[in-house]
Structures are given as structure tokens and as C-alpha cells.
Design a protein around this ligand. Structure first.
Ligand code: BGC
Length: 416
């Protein structure tokens, strides 16, 4: 590691941790934020650390949803060389925590009062045996639709409220010769769409029973077949080149007016903003039809790998910067997500961000906030990957809906 000694402007919390007058080490940060919007958000973090005199070694691993990043991480840990900090999601964090690989952030968390400001749903994935093991950056949610406003206006399409409205809107765009749905055929993207489609087809209790409780009867139900039928409709309304396309290129199709809709988590908003587009004027954001009262969430966190006993000063400074209220707003404005703290003022966020915050609070208080299956917050990685396989095979026409349901029951029961 680079032993550059830097001049310091310490934050109060990091200062309390610092006995010497300099940060001796760079932080090496493994992440999968490689699209234009993601990179712009990451820069907010890099710059924040730079002003504190902490050097940044970038370790980007492209691949939305982080599957590839997690493969690289396993190789690094196996080689005895874990990065300082690693972007991670939900059950993956708990796995590493349970293996004892992560540093204990409890002293910093106590000093900064994280217990009081980070919502329970996030703390669940940030602690093992009462120890804080990662720093929550944000809350994303997956049940969003992004639309090109002038395409919708030109075709007389209002925001669809129900699945039937959505089908009608898609048919109208198809008849007008416009690609109705921009999609990238990668397993994690198929699964992201499936989060919303399953919730819409069966409602919140169905979603919970299927993907959180992993109830066999629900997984094998007629409602699940209906969810797969709806996925088949979506498959019929993407363009011919969807296979393997990165999610941000699908977003670009909506930005450029080549397609009407994209179903994607709110990281898609980062791409619109990065292209200079304005919510409500150039693009629309709305909950996937039929899921207006529900939120399927995922939260990015940075796990701090144990570098030999206690948390290092650089790790503490990074975690402290991430949790600071000013960073939470500055970062999430650019990223498309909403803050991971409940005590920050969201009035600086744009209309989609404010709706995101409002929906999140409402869903949490009505019991309609659920972890995203596609993004590792509903079930451990083995189950998530089993669901990915079936959803993708069905999307690519290998299974009809009936077979997909049977395969899903089998795959989940083997994986869990
Ligand atoms: C992460 C987002 C990221 C998206 C696409 C999700 O799993 O939570 O931060 O932008 O994947 O890469």
C-alpha cells in the first residue's frame, strides 16, 4: 500500500480516532460504480476524502448489481489481500461479517449515534452480533419505471396506474413503431424487473411469502405463473438487441427517445441527471404499476475489511464521511438513491428523490417495505442466484411459465 503522508483537515469524529497528525495509508475501495451517473456520485465520495487528506485507490469492477465485484472480492480475500473497503449489499455483508472478516465499527458508531439515525431495516444488514460492520451509504429501490416524457406525450400516454394500463401503453408505443421497453438482458436486470412484476402480480404478502419466507406453496402458485406470464409480455416488447446490454445503455435508449420505458432501480435517475435531463420535464419516474404502496429496497454499504485487529484510522474516517449528513445529501442527489439516515432534510432532492423518501417512510410505517430479491436483501446469495437462473432462462424462452414455476420451486429448495 501507498505510504503517502498527507496534510490533514480532520472531521471531528475522525479526529477523535486519530492520534497521529496524518493518514499514512490510502484507502483501496472496491466497487461496481462504473456508469456515468455512478462515477459522478463516486466522485462526491472521493472528493470528500481528498479534503480530509486521505488517498483513494480505485478498484472498480464493472457489472451492475455487483455479481462480478463479489467474485473479485472472494479472490482477493482468498489471496490474503482484502481491499480496505468494499461496496456490498444485504446478505453478502452478513456473510462476511459472520465469517469474522470485517472490522468492528462500534466505537465510531457509538460516538456518532448511528443507532439513533439509521433505520432498523438497514441496521439489520449492517450489524452482526451487535457489532457494526459496515457503513450504509444510501437506500435504493427497485420498483420504479423511468419514462421519456415527450415520447409519452406524443403518443397520448398517461402514467399507467395498473398492469392493464401499462399493457395498453406498451401496445400504443409498439403500434407507433417505438421500442416500448428498454432492457438489458443480463440475469440481474431480468431479476430486477421480476421484483416489481411479482409484487404487482401478487401484492406484498405474496412477495414476502415467496422471496423472504421462501414458502414453497407460494413459489409454486398460480400467482407465480401469472408473474412469469407478465415477464413474457415484457420480453415480447423489448428490442431485438437486448441480450447482454448494460443497464445504463438501456437507460440511454429512454433518454434519447428510442424507447418509452425502463423498469430499473433509481440508480437509473443518475444517468438522466448526468445527461442534463430534468425530472418532470424530460423524464418521468413512477412506481411500477400496481406497486404504488410498496417499496422493494436495497442499500449500498461499505464493509471495512479487518486489516489486523482494530479498525484503521483511514477506515474510520471513510465510514465517518459516509455517514455524515452533508455527504448523505450531496451523494444521494447525484446517485438517485435517498439518504440512509432518517434525520437529514430531503428538500434539496429533486422531485423523484423526494417521492423516493416519502414512499420509503410510508412503506416502512405501513409494513410494506421489503428487501429486494434481485439485489440481495430478501435472501442469501445462493437463493438469489437460483432465482436469477430461473428468471433468466424463462426470459430467454428456455422455459414456458408453467415450467418456470416448477423450476423455481426446485431451485429455491435446493439453494436454501
Ligand atoms: C447498487 C447500485 C448500482 C446498481 C447498478 C445496485 O445493486 O445498489 O448502487 O448503481 O446496482 O450497478
Amino acid at each position: 500500500m501507498n505510504k503517502v503522508i498527507r496534510t490533514l483537515k480532520l472531521t471531528t469524529a475522525a479526529a477523535a480516532f486519530s492520534v497521529s497528525a496524518a493518514y499514512a495509508e490510502d484507502v483501496e475501495v472496491l466497487h461496481w460504480w462504473t456508469s456515468g451517473g455512478e462515477a459522478a456520485a463516486l466522485n462526491v465520495l472521493k472528493q470528500d476524502l481528498e479534503t480530509q487528506g486521505i488517498g483513494w485507490q480505485d478498484m472498480p469492477v464493472a457489472g451492475g448489481g455487483g455479481t462480478e465485484a463479489m467474485t473479485v472480492l472472494r479472490a482477493r480475500v482468498t489471496a490474503g489481500d482484502p481491499p480496505t473497503a468494499v461496496q456490498a449489499l444485504g446478505f453478502d455483508i452478513l456473510d462476511w461479517g459472520n465469517q469474522g472478516a470485517l472490522a468492528n465499527l462500534n466505537d465510531l458508531a457509538a460516538q456518532e449515534g448511528w443507532d439513533e439515525v439509521v433505520p432498523e431495516a438497514l441496521q439489520f444488514f449492517a450489524k452482526v452480533d451487535g457489532k457494526w460492520i459496515s457503513a450504509p451509504v444510501n437506500v435504493h429501490s427497485t420498483n420504479w419505471v423511468w419514462a421519456n416524457k415527450s415520447v409519452l406525450d406524443a403518443n397520448g400516454i398517461a402514467v399507467p396506474e395498473t398492469w392493464e394500463d401499462f399493457v395498453a401503453a406498451v401496445e400504443t408505443l409498439k403500434a407507433a413503431g417505438i421500442t416500448p421497453i428498454a432492457h438489458g438482458g443480463q440475469a440481474w436486470q431480468d431479476a430486477t424487473v421480476f421484483d416489481a412484476v411479482a409484487m404487482s402480480a401478487g401484492g406484498p404478502e405474496f412477495y414476502k411469502a415467496a422471496f423472504i419466507d421462501l414458502d414453497e406453496e407460494t413459489l409454486g402458485s398460480d400467482t407465480m405463473k401469472e408473474a412469469f406470464d407478465r415477464m413474457a409480455f415484457i420480453r415480447d416488447n423489448v428490442d431485438d438487441n437486448f441480450s447482454g446490454r448494460d443497464w445504463n445503455l438501456a437507460t440511454a435508449m429512454v433518454i434519447n427517445g428510442e424507447a418509452g420505458f425502463q423498469m430499473m432501480g433509481d440508480w437509473a435517475k443518475g444517468e438522466f441527471l448526468n445527461a442534463g435531463k430534468v425530472p418532470g420535464e424530460d423524464f418521468l419516474c413512477f412506481r411500477f404499476p400496481g406497486t404504488q404502496d410498496q417499496v422493494t429496497f436495497n442499500a449500498d454499504q461499505f464493509m471495512m475489511f479487518d486489516q489486523g485487529g482494530t479498525v484503521s484510522q483511514e477506515q474510520a474516517a471513510l465510514a465517518s464521511a459516509i455517514l455524515s449528513p452533508s455527504f448523505q445529501i450531496a451523494f444521494n442527489k447525484v446517485k438517485g438513491s435517498v439518504p440512509a439516515r432518517t434525520d437529514v432534510d430531503g428538500s434539496e432532492l429533486d422531485a423523484c428523490g423526494q417521492q423516493g423518501m416519502k414512499d420509503l417512510a410510508a412503506a416502512a410505517s405501513s409494513g410494506n417495505l421489503f428487501g429486494s430479491m434481485a439485489h440481495g436483501h430478501a435472501a442469501p446469495a445462493s437463493v438469489k442466484n437460483a432465482v436469477y437462473d430461473v428468471v433468466t432462462a424463462h426470459f430467454n424462452g428456455e422455459y414456458d411459465s408453467e415450467t418456470a414455476v416448477l423450476e423455481l420451486v426446485d431451485a429455491v429448495s435446493i439453494a436454501k
